[in-house]
Design a protein. Structure first.
Length: 479
């Protein structure tokens, strides 16, 4: 058979399967007619899959899931570019010790001595980062970040090792300031959540105050619109550059991410990502039952013994993966993340994605004499998940306390459950295309890809699920 035939055969097989699968599902009433094209097949979990694709560039074990040209790929306005060069790690403690320096510190800490602040999830905590960068720049202050709730951010993200912006507060610095902050009364806490710092920071007594500590998630209506009007920054254009100039996985997370990337051939921009926030209640109308009525943030798992719930989880999981492939059909792999272990377990065991991927790989191995072009174009993409996928990721607004239960009866620390969130975020941020549902996490990760308006689809919104529609591109009037 001519070489060209091998190159088009995978697409013929995939299209045929799409049509057959959807006709089957429509016959069973599992999908509505407007969802045609939401399902394709194949897949396997990273833990059990073989090495089917070439490893990413770089030496084995070297952290490679990063854009080496990030600075030019994701440009920033001149003022922000200069500010992010102003706090290098090599000079950090010297700058912190300078009595003439002033600081603006983003935090999620406590008040009244023991009460945890309300801060939201990680996407909520990062939402106003461009605003605080602008405030620090305009007020001549260093911008720092110090979390205690649920853990210090440095457990998961650290400043980039080379030419990074150092935002850390090392042990022994600003101790008295944080003691005073932790002992505020409730009225002071409420004021801090609603303080209009774009005005107050330039007035006394705050103007002369050396250290200003701010909750990183202000409870001000329409704050996102206000931030853009104040700073001139579009967050979907600014975040890809800001994020990579400020954050890098901690050594332990980098090791895990490297293992996932090497085993599955993931390189920045060569795979797709899909996220399914199964426990978010909006628009479900009872389709998914939780073991804990407050399980979206508190955890506790999904009631898979309820057949409606089980069917909904299966259908919505398949739809999320199929949806992102509708916008990136050439994807070699799809990284799948969820706030729950149940959708991931389904992908690993019973989903048609797994069945058809394994069957296809066996056929390719049996016919290993096919052209390299055909071998590089798998009929069905590999579905990849993080390791320890039986651990339910902990919503970081849940706070401290308690343990995370694993399906095998053992327990893991909360830190492991929180780490899952940061692993998912980093890997999703380096996908080319994203399928998001509801909530801010997948929306934020899509913004970090740099392709938020060019390669993003929604497989669920706040009124419907099992949908699939593409975002509307915007004119990129940058600054």
């Amino acid at each position: 058979m001519p070489r060209a035939s091998f190159e088009i055969m995978p697409w013929i097989i995939r299209i045929a399967f799409l049509i057959a699968a959807n006709l089957f599902c429509l016959g069973l009433g599992l999908w509505r007619p407007f969802e045609l094209g939401a399902l394709s097949a194949g897949g396997s979990d990273y833990v059990e899959s073989a090495q089917f694709f070439p490893p990413p560039p770089g030496k084995p074990g070297e952290f490679s899931l990063i854009y080496p040209d990030a600075r030019s790929r994701f440009p920033l306005p001149d003022w922000l570019d200069s500010f992010l060069d102003s706090q290098p790690s090599w000079n950090h403690t010297t700058m912190l010790s300078d009595p003439d320096r002033k600081f603006l510190v983003m935090t999620c800490h406590k008040f009244g001595g023991t009460h945890l602040e309300s801060c939201g999830g990680f996407s909520d905590r990062m939402a106003l980062l461009p605003f605080y960068l602008w405030l620090a720049h305009r007020s001549g202050r260093m911008l720092l970040i110090k979390y205690s709730n649920p853990f210090p951010l440095e457990n998961f993200f650290v400043p980039p090792p080379q030419s990074g912006f150092d935002w850390t507060v090392p042990p022994g610095y600003l101790v008295k300031e944080f003691e005073a902050y932790a002992n505020r009364n409730r009225g002071q806490y409420r004021f801090g959540r609603r303080a209009q710092w774009d005005r107050l920071l330039f007035e006394e007594p705050y103007l002369s105050q050396r250290t200003i500590i701010v909750n990183n998630n202000l409870a001000i209506p329409m704050m996102g619109v206000r931030m853009r009007g104040t700073t001139g920054l579009m967050r979907e254009l600014a975040f890809p550059g800001i994020f990579r100039r400020m954050f890098h996985p901690s050594p332990s997370l980098a090791k895990t991410i490297t293992a996932i990337a090497e085993r599955n051939g993931l390189a920045p921009g060569n795979y797709a990502a899909a996220h399914f926030r199964a426990k978010f209640p909006a628009g479900l109308n009872g389709a998914i039952q939780l073991r804990n009525p407050h399980g979206d943030k508190q955890g506790g798992g999904i009631k898979m013994t309820d057949m409606t719930t089980r069917r909904s989880i299966h259908n919505m999981t398949d739809n999320a993966v199929g949806c992102v492939l509708s916008v990136m059909p050439e994807a070699r792999a799809v990284y799948f993340a969820s706030d729950s272990s149940e959708p991931i377990e389904y992908l690993m065991t019973d989903s048609p994605w797994r069945t058809h991927f394994v069957e296809n790989e066996m056929k390719q191995q049996e016919h290993s004499t096919v052209s390299s072009a055909a071998a590089d174009s798998p009929d069905f993409p590999l579905v990849v998940t993080r390791p320890n996928s039986t651990i339910e990721p902990m919503h970081i607004d849940r706070g401290q306390g308690g343990k995370v239960h694993r399906d095998d009866g053992t327990f893991d620390s909360d830190k492991d459950a929180v780490a899952a969130t940061f692993i998912d975020l980093w890997i999703m941020a380096h996908a080319r295309c994203t399928a998001q549902g509801v909530g801010g996490f997948a929306h934020f990760s899509s913004e970090l890809t740099g392709n938020h308006y060019s390669c993003r689809v929604r497989h669920r919104n706040y009124t419907q699920f099992n949908t699939c529609y593409r975002s509307v591109p915007r004119d990129e009037n940058r600054w």
